[in-house]
Ligand binder design. Structure first.
Ligand code: ADP
Ligand code: MG
Length: 144
């Protein structure tokens, strides 16, 4: 399995990495974004959405309360999902993620997806973000 590792030193660098990663995610369907609160998962999505020309970085905000955001791009619809506040299968079902995953041309980026073992099995790509220092992040991409 393909693994790549990157170090960034600012949110801007992480956004730039996200823009680069977009091309490698073109054929992915489900991407799990892993890392603690404040690690930089949402920040990375800003870059990924820009890379797909689906949104400007400032228009990408955390779906913590809204749960699912859609950024429609010319080729790919980028969905950004945050399951931090979702604890039960019943709550999960209301989000309709299976329908999103079944639709060609959708890329579904999920924060806290590892709460549901099924997603760990089904993910095409895992992106793990680890905090080094205040600004340093180690970003490990598996499967792209
Ligand atoms: P998460 O979605 O993982 O909870 P966010 O992306 O919302 O995290 O927040 C990351 C925070 O860390 C932001 O305030 C961002 O400015 C800051 N930050 C500092 N350095 C970095 C870096 N190298 N990469 C990403 N974010 C960083
Ligand atoms: Mg987030």
């Amino acid at each position: 399995m393909n693994v790549s590792e990157h170090i960034t030193h600012s949110a801007e660098e992480t956004i730039a990495l996200g823009r680069q990663l977009a091309s490698t995610l073109k054929h992915a369907r489900l991407v799990l974004l892993r890392g603690d609160l404040g690690a930089g998962k949402t920040t990375l999505v800003k870059g990924i959405a820009e890379g797909f020309e689906a949104a400007k970085q400032d228009d990408v905000t955390s779906p913590t309360f809204t749960l699912v955001h859609l950024y429609p791009g010319p080729e790919i619809n980028v969905y950004h999902v945050d399951l931090y506040r979702i604890d039960t299968q019943r709550e999960l079902d209301t989000l309709g993620l299976d329908e999103l995953l079944a639709e060609p041309g959708n890329l579904v980026l999920v924060e806290w997806g590892e709460k549901f073992p099924r997603f760990e099995k089904e993910r095409d790509v895992e992106i793990r973000i680890e905090r080094g220092g205040e600004q340093e992040r180690r970003i490990i991409v598996t499967g792209a």
